[in-house]
Design a protein around this ligand. Sequence first.
Ligand code: GLN
Length: 523
Amino acid sequence: MTKYIFVTGGVLSGVGKGISAASIGAVLQAKGLKVSIQKCDPYLNVDAGLLNPAEHGECFVTVDGAETDLDLGHYERFLDLELTQKNATLSGRLLQKVIADERAGKFEGKTVQLVPHLTGAIQDAIAEAAEGSDVHIVEIGGTVGDYEGLSFVEAIREFAGRVGRENCLYVHVVYVPFISTSKEFKSKPAQNALMDLRGFGIVPDCVIVRTDTPAPDSIARKISQFSGVSEECVIQLSNADTVYEVPITIANSGINKVISQFVGNNKQPNLSKWKKLVSAQSSKYKKVVRVGLVAKYVDNEDTYISVIEALKASGWQEKVDVEIQWINAETAKDSDFKAVDALLVPGGFGGRGVPGKIAAATYALKNKVPYLGLCLGLQVAVIAAARRAGLKDANSTEFDPGTDNNVVYIMDGQQGLESTGGTLRLGNYVAVLTEKTKTAKAYGTTVVNERHRHRYEVNQNFTSAIEKGGLRISGTSPDGKLVEFVEAIDHPFMIGTQAHPELKSRPHSPHPLFAGLVRAAKR
Ligand code: GLN
């Protein structure tokens, strides 16, 4: 019988509910249990693909091509799982299904309502995502009390009726602010948040109290008193130096006892891999490697979170201190590129900042600076090479629809759909790498499978111009039709991939292309 852990939030969102959920999962995994995890997002979007990354952070793509919230990235990194659409449940998607079922006459004349029809669909989605695991963790996005989230809160309450209350553990994550003028922690908003949750019929089994700095025990006592949750089940988690410390903190806290009892497994979690990671991360390395991230959104780290995590993990593996230097693509100049040891151009959509990204690729080609291009980062490298070969107006039709030298162009059948949802090449695609190339060497194999999220492709009518400009194709789709990888000829390390390898990188095992970039920069 699968056990279910529901993680909800109160007071504020964005205080680490996702990290808490993933870390609880990591501790359960470290006890040898099979863990699955799911994010329920109350917003009405059908997927996270069209959300503004500056506001919402990175769009994380799963192996089966679901465009999801960045929390799925945390889950994959913490739990080393490959998740799918099943693990990302959105209101919009479920409403669409309920309405389609109504149109198809599946409700046999009944009045279709949020309760029980939408709440039923939510519960079905939870049960489906949980299949085959010992423990299934469900994180509800937003905070309890938000209009959009009510159906989810009701659904997880009803779920206890479906599987038995003893098989459900409710964890509420609340925030306790510190008021600097009076120098005290204030538990009132947390008390209210717990009251809200009770108002929806859920008495939590465990409360995680998030604070910026460690709070006195009296805070937990007070929250316990007002919520009816026993004091040992009210656990304080103050900000950690690194998120990868949280599984260790959780294992050493009262939560360990609560979840151990709940799952009926008293084995001590084996945390050696987390300890190793935290010590690698806190080591002071003599060598510093500066990687210039040539990006459009320079004021929100969340937009490139998987890229940043992949770079950091590469530093831990290569025993260097990776310093990320943000280079604003809209103002980038050669002096910015000169100031770093390596350049990375991440994915992106739309023309803003593209000239700066092309300049970065041109600089890397010319000056043999290590370069990694991710998706758009490959496309700008191809444009840079073609221009170096003399095709001055070489471009992607995304940025110059009228150019004759459309070295990057739109896939067949996709014309006219450029700004709509669901028309991208998404998810895992196999690529075959050319033997003895730098790309194949970095991977240590010639067949790879990487996740995609893009619409434009390299135009192979321009292969010779691109080569003349210094780049060769180093990997394609198995039928040869789509260019998947390019690399610079006679260059220490310059690789572009049409995919998003950052999504597959793990803190314990960084992706080989990122590790390759950092290694090249180190030299
Ligand atoms: N805008 C480009 C395309 O659609 C690149 C997308 C990306 O970098 N993910 O092909």
